[in-house]
Design a protein around this ligand. Sequence first.
Ligand code: PLP
Length: 363
Amino acid sequence: MKNLKLFIPGPTHVPNDILQAMGKNQIGHRTPEISNLINDIKKGVQSLLYTKNKILLTSNPATALWEMGIVNSVSKNILHAVNGAFSQKWSKVSSICNYNVEEINYDWGQGIKVDDIDKLLSTGKFDVFAMVHNETSTGVMSNLNEISELLNRKYPDVIWLVDAVSSMAGVKIEVDRLGIDFLLSSTQKAWGLPAGFSLCSVSDKMYRKSINLKNKGYYFDLMTYEKSYSKNQTPTTPSISHLFGLQYILSKIYKEGLENRWKRHLDMSVHTKEWALKHNQNLFSENGYESYTLTCINNNQNWNINNLNKELLQRGFRMDRGYGQLRGKAFRIAHMGNIYQQDLDEYLNNIDDIISNRGRYEV
Ligand code: PLP
């Protein structure tokens, strides 16, 4: 099978040096070596998230951490902001787990508005607010600063859960300044590692809440992680290869520099937007809520996305054709993790070439 460079919004492109770092010999999960490894990773992630909060490393996809967030925080009702496929799914998980859920619903493509959150939290019914920072299905990034200001000023007891699956490690998120209680991600997006591993930061406020909650099960109960946390280990056998990968990518991230990394992602998003506008396409996401890590483009020009996909596959690229109901109507370009400006240029130049030869390629 041909090696394709991935421009889908997860899993993202993982170059060979990372795969090699992950392919090192396994080590025991109750050894000083793993404690050193985990200690290194925790410190690196704390700096990346500007936080002193605990960092948990878990060998599962991010979907599992949705459940961890809920079981350790909700005692009354949970409010979910729903503005795309992943926020909708998280809300559904809360319902399936038998919590009382209410939703603030937005059309796909819209960002989350602080006044709507205020209106519902002011009823006093909710002790938890959950949202997706970067809706991968629509390329919408909501404004954490505004929401933080509201929650800290008016609702300091509410626990704030944030899914940062496609923004963590690509966008600056200052956890302590913002006051985010639970921030979760998996590794296959802006972290630029293979899928199947997740991490989260957890505030003291959330720990204090969790201690008094019941019916948390075993695997997702924060208390399960306490004993091993102090030893820089995990309660169950972790994916050691992912730990090697995290240590390696963190060293690359600090070599690049955090501010340079945030700027790289922002610059690529601006560049992709300009490219789309140049082609008389426009963005699916609401103005002012454009994601920094992926761009979702309305296919106003009726490009034949299936044919474009076929041509790009021939040239060694895996494109996104639009999430679910958006297939063919709005497609996404991911520019995160191990994608640099020159990779993006190469990809967009290939699309330009195919589009400018439309007769030949039937797009
Ligand atoms: N949340 C968001 C915003 C996502 O984009 C995704 C996956 O694409 C998920 C959650 C689910 O992540 P995982 O597949 O690691 O469970």
